[in-house]
Design a protein around this ligand. Sequence first.
Ligand SMILES: [Zn+2]
Length: 402
Amino acid sequence: MKYVIVIEDGASDYPIEEIDGKTPLKIANKPVLDRIAREGKTGLIQNVPENLPPGSDVANMSIFGYNPMDYYTGRGPLEAASMGVETKQGDVVFRCNTITEKNGLMASSNADHISSEESAELMEYLNQYFNEKYPDFKGKFYPGISYRHLFVYNDKENAEKLAKLDMVPPHDFVGEAIADKLEFDSFADEVKFTMLESKKALTNHPVNQKRIDEGREPCNMVWLWGQGTMPNMPKMEDVYGLKGAVITGVDLIKGLGICSGCTNLDVPGATAFFDTDYKAKGEYAVNALKDNDIVFVHIEAPDEAGHAKNLKEKVKAIENIDKYILAPLMEALPEYGNFKIAVLPDHPTPIDFGTHTRDMVPIAIYSSNDEADDVSVYDEDSVKDGALGELTGYNLLKLLLE
Ligand SMILES: [Zn+2]
């Protein structure tokens, strides 16, 4: 038996006035997904537990078969896994944004989309600065892409408390005062110190002098958030007996792949944006069937279109997934005998909101050896009559294995 799970990130939506109360899923031309719904079973699925934010990391952790209430420890740790950062006991992994501070305010949460090269130089300098000035400093900076970096801090005694510290994502308070967001208990003194001291270190750095000379905003501080200890996830093979492969352009999802013991397949041209190479992803997915029991194919484009409030791109993304990913998969899968394919978003990213919501999302599952229900198309409303009823995300793998 082969299994495929195709995740159309953020694809489901609310009724949109511009298209007579329909949704992108309702107006998109998606014959293959409609066939999966027509010849398979459908329903609704909740991937986001009540007490957690509707992030892609949380929702996809459910789809990978892990209850986020038991295993989710933050986005920093998942990004560390995807970047191959080695961690040890007592480590807390923080997301580290390079930001612009101005007059005590968060002027830019991404330092005007600073380049990876400039950031790498600043991260390297911060390591040097803290190590020379404070030989007992227990943190290390790891440069990532553009403004998105990591900071790993070791504190065995306070790791659990630090992991739970309420740290505000920098994009949530642009234009607001920074000091208000740094009122922590004393166990977090060194974390606060790291952020404040980074300003001293970075303000006069040559990278920033050059930026100012060129009329750009300086990157004069780092902001730590999204922290956690490394999640203790058992391997998918041990829990479900499935050897898995993951295809995605998104670091967080790659991190889930690593933490669950799956193989991440790097697809050239997978950009995690509208311009991703759908065809290449489809080809890699088909190839991955040979050596794996289950293949996860995650496509970020519909979510990005939702964030951009771009209806046309969202419809196009859904149509491209159908033509270049679902069609070749449905053609290739019968060669392997019995198979099941599930298609679902992780969460809605409604065009009118431009952000994630926590509603249930439509799911369709086609099994080569099972009957169909009465639902004939795939969209947010039609699946409500489906035979699957209402599912919980982390039970999906169990259901597929039945
Ligand atoms: Zn998502």
